[in-house]
Design a protein around this ligand. Structure first.
Ligand SMILES: [Zn+2]
Length: 312
């Protein structure tokens, strides 16, 4: 039997939309909940909803100068405005002041960030760290709700100082990443799913705060192993596109010899690895500039110990 891990009640909970200003489910819902908070009220805590990148949201672009969701490494947060005068870095520091500081006991108890992707990833939960048993128990709780099935976990597990996303400013953090949805567009079913997931996460927090015991569980996740770029020419232009057989196959097994790219000459490029991998974020629009055609991941199972709120 594993020992029960305890955490203080989650009293300060924050929910962000518009970290990427053209990912519309988070933008639309955050704006709605800021005006109509009743839906997210729970007995044991009051959530604080905000727009993280107001200028990008207003223009309906991903960012103004730089990707805000890459600004939260300890190094970036310590960079001076003279070294980097970008709007997003100054906004990141502001958010770190309000909801952090990252890694300190003054930080908000939990930060949830709402994202969309053009990839066909369905419902995806990105925990800040698999060692954070509370977030992993929340993931298990969400995965058990048939409404959101499947809700897969994408796991990067970076050390805290290298973690670059907004959610890592909180003591606990996670992102919901829902797709497929074009940038600048809101699709009704994505809106419904995001809304349901956030409400489900809030229900979990409320149950946890009220003293519910969450038993040991096994959680399946997809852990990042490698970044794969498009084939490119000497000028950096792409020379092949995602193969039609791979498009929309996020989280499904890719076997050695399976097609991955189709060149502009009509030639198929196959996966030449020696083991099965699970591609994720296939053909995400915002990742062309990051030189990323998809992530290779491997399937893992994480054993999460039982948790309960600390009694005081
Ligand atoms: Zn995003």
């Amino acid at each position: 039997m594993s020992v029960v891990v305890t955490y203080p009640a989650l009293k300060r909970v924050a929910l962000a939309g518009g970290t990427h200003g053209n990912e519309m489910a988070g933008v639309v819902l955050a704006k709605y909940w800021m005006k109509n908070p009743a839906e997210l009220q729970r007995k044991t805590f009051i959530g604080n909803t905000f727009i993280s990148n107001p200028r990008a949201t207003e223009k309906c672009v991903r960012y103004i100068d730089f990707d805000l969701n890459r600004c939260f490494t300890s190094k970036m947060l310590n960079t001076s405005a003279t070294e980097d005068p970008s709007y997003e870095l100054s906004r990141a520091k502001e958010l770190n002041k309000i909801y952090g500081p990252k890694g300190s006991s003054d930080a908000f108890d939990l930060l949830i960030d709402m994202h969309n992707t053009t990839s066909n990833i369905g419902n995806c939960f990105i925990p800040m760290a698999t060692q954070d048993h509370l977030t992993m128990q929340m993931l298990n709780y969400v995965q058990q709700q048939s409404l959101f099935s499947p809700c897969r976990a994408f796991i990067a597990d970076l050390p805290l100082e290298d973690a670059f996303s907004l959610d890592c400013v909180g003591l606990h953090g996670l992102s919901f990443e829902l797709g497929p949805q074009p940038q600048g567009v809101i699709r009704g079913e994505i809106l419904q799913r995001m809304r349901g997931l956030v409400n489900c996460a809030y229900d979990f927090i409320d149950l946890f705060n009220q003293g519910q015991h969450f038993s040991e569980c096994q959680v399946e996740g997809f852990q990042v192993t490698e970044k794969v770029d498009f084939p490119r020419n000497a000028d950096g232009e792409i020379e092949a596109v995602i193969h039609p057989d791979l498009q929309d196959k996020d989280f499904l097994p890719l076997h050695p010899g399976d097609p991955i790219f189709l060149t502009l000459d009509g030639e198929t490029i196959t996966y030449n690895g020696d083991s099965v991998v699970y591609p994720v974020f296939i053909n995400e629009a915002a990742y062309y500039e990051k030189k990323l055609a998809f992530w290779k991941t491997k399937k893992i199972t994480v054993t999460v110990p039982p948790i309960q709120v600390q009694k005081n």
